[in-house]
Design a protein around this ligand. Structure first.
Ligand code: CAA
Length: 397
């Protein structure tokens, strides 16, 4: 319903790449907790690092739906590669494209959109997780720029990125309006990459602590005006949440595909287990949830491309629903495969571990519910309709 024949053709191309070139590495990336960097030049060649950026800055600009299909197809095979792409495109690169001035775009984008280098996004801190406005990292004004002290945590691509967009407080007084976005290059004096997190899932993804100690950032590397950082990051996260939805959808689709194939081949009591209602109904529920998630995500992706439309609610709904069904579907897939699903011989146990991240990263499910409910309350309180009011106040006889 949402896709064109071009989208469908593109999906097949990315599926072929993911199954042929990423799948051979998924077990070792998970075991060794390390991304296979030899994949990055291929991601670059396929234009997957510049999907949200105009060709003038080295990008391979596509509509958001095409980008979302790419994240979905890659995540179907490998969640760790999916999150690398989502964090790079939506979080590390997009803010420079959207909020950067011409000089910043020319300076930073070509390298990360088509030069084979990666980007990352630094928002979370020990005291600023769900409360993104609680940033403590401080950028003190100095000659020509800022001296930054503090750090970030849970940064996807943190140790392998060339360019990192991050938030810091440029005023101690103004609450969220005292936060600004700054651009940092790997190798900057005072910047060190800290410990790599040992995670339940997404183990191929490079998740780091970052330290800033008297790190000089030039004023020319600030995105927009001082104080605009919080709003810029909220807008960035709206797009990011659609891509996390796509990642969840892809992981769930992968688990479903494996479970459905297994259920048709695996025989017990003289017939394929797919012919038993206990399994068949599980597959039916999975397929229905996948379809519903796909509609929510594609709709949000299409809205993102419509000028002047705020799609915060749709993005939060898509991410919330897709992450929750991804957890259900990967869990159910293990059930379909039984003991085989519990073993590392099949990918479903990794997918189950990877899916959990989707309910946490880029805003937990609780935060998505908070965002949705606040917007619903605003909408309902602005309504002038008399529908549902008591008889004496409504326009009824
Ligand atoms: N678009 C535009 N503006 C927005 C906005 C949006 N989506 N959301 C908020 N704003 C604006 C508000 O309108 C408000 O502006 P005004 O004061 O001018 O009216 C301002 O921003 C402050 O908004 P709130 O009062 O709503 O702010 P809050 O402090 O109550 O926080 C929150 C809101 C929804 C809880 C927010 O802090 C949030 O989303 N938290 C979760 C953070 C998160 O997702 N972190 C994930 C880190 S990234 C990550 O995980 C990366 C990875 O690698 C996996």
């Amino acid at each position: 319903m949402w896709t064109t024949p071009e989208h469908d053709k593109y999906r097949l191309k990315i599926r072929e790449f993911a199954e042929g070139e990423i799948a051979p590495y998924t077990h070792t990336m998970d075991d060794e907790q390390s991304f296979r960097m030899e994949l990055v030049p291929r991601l670059n060649e396929l234009g997957l690092l510049g999907l949200q950026v105009d060709r003038a800055y080295g990008g391979s600009f596509t509509d958001t739906l095409t980008y979302i299909i790419a994240v979905e197809e890659v995540s179907r095979v490998c969640g760790s590669t999916g999150i690398l792409l989502a964090a790079h495109n939506s979080l590390g690169t997009y803010p420079i494209y959207r909020f950067g001035n011409e000089e910043q775009k020319r300076k930073y984008l070509p390298e990360i959109t088509s030069g084979g280098k990666l980007s990352a996004f630094g928002l979370s801190e020990p005291e600023a997780g769900s409360d993104a406005g609680g940033t403590k990292t401080y950028a003190a004004k100095t000659d020509g720029g800022y001296l930054v002290n503090g750090g970030k945590c849970w940064i996807t691509n943190g140790g392998i990125a060339r360019t990192i967009v991050f938030t810091a407080r440029t005023s101690k007084e103004k609450g969220v309006k005292g936060i600004s976005s700054l651009i940092l290059s790997a190798g900057t004096k005072g910047f060190t990459v800290g410990k790599k997190e040992n995670k339940l899932g997404m183990r191929g993804s490079d998740t780091r602590v970052l330290h800033f100690e008297d790190m000089f950032i030039a004023e020319s590397d600030r995105l927009g005006e001082e104080g605009q950082g919080f709003k810029q990051f909220m807008i960035t996260l709206d797009g990011g949440r659609v891509s996390i939805g796509a990642m969840a959808l892809g992981i769930a689709q992968g688990a479903y595909d494996i479970a459905a194939k297994y259920a048709i081949k695996r025989k017990q009591f003289g017939k394929p287990i797919a012919e038993f209602q206990g399994i068949a109904f599980k597959l039916a529920d999975m397929a229905t949830q996948l379809q519903a998630a796909r509609h929510l995500i594609y709709h949000a992706a299409i809205l993102k491309d419509k000028p002047g439309i705020r799609f915060t609610r749709e993005a939060a709904m898509a991410k919330l629903y897709a992450s929750e069904i991804a957890n259900n579907i990967t869990y159910a897939a293990i059930g379909v495969l039984g003991a085989e699903g519990y073993s590392q011989d099949y990918a479903v146990e990794r997918m189950y571990r990877d899916a959990k991240l989707c309910e946490i990263g880029e805003g937990t499910s609780e935060i998505q519910r908070l965002v949705i409910s606040r917007l619903i309350v605003d909408e309902v309180s602005q309504s002038t309709s008399t529908f549902g009011l008591p008889r004496e106040k409504a326009n009824t006889e």
